[in-house]
Design a protein around this ligand. Structure first.
Ligand SMILES: [Zn+2]
Length: 123
């Protein structure tokens, strides 16, 4: 079981599913919303229980970004045409038992840092 919360605790989530695709996203939307990078993993949307006043921002035609309207924590991402929802690894309670597997959207990364941890990079 994995559970997590936003900074103020108003929004909480939990899942009994095994998170997949633990990754770091370097796209400009994730960098703007998070302040740098967004680390996440995904589970089936039906297996993710979310409580509290999460607000969904429509960042594109199909993209939805869920955040806490009280403290601003960026917690969720989903594509409305898909059946999974990604959640912030940084919001999880420890120990997570998870390991990052890759970097994604690296072609869109900022020019102020390098990626040097040796994990696979997907442009
Ligand atoms: Zn909050």
């Amino acid at each position: 079981m994995h559970s997590g919360t936003c900074l103020c605790g108003a929004v909480r989530f939990r899942t009994d599913a095994t998170p997949e695709g633990a990754s770091v996203c370097h796209c400009s939307q994730c960098r703007r919303q998070s302040g740098h990078l967004w680390a996440s993993a995904y589970v089936p949307t039906e297996a993710l229980a979310i409580s509290g006043p999460v607000t969904w921002f429509e960042s594109s035609a199909n993209g939805r970004r869920g955040f806490c309207p009280r403290c601003g924590s960026f917690l969720f991402w989903r594509d409305v045409t898909e059946t999974t929802t990604s959640f912030s690894l940084g919001a999880l309670e420890a120990p997570t038992g998870l390991r990052l597997s890759k970097h994604i959207f690296t072609a869109d990364k900022g020019d102020y840092y390098e990626i040097s941890d040796g994990l696979p990079q997907r442009p």
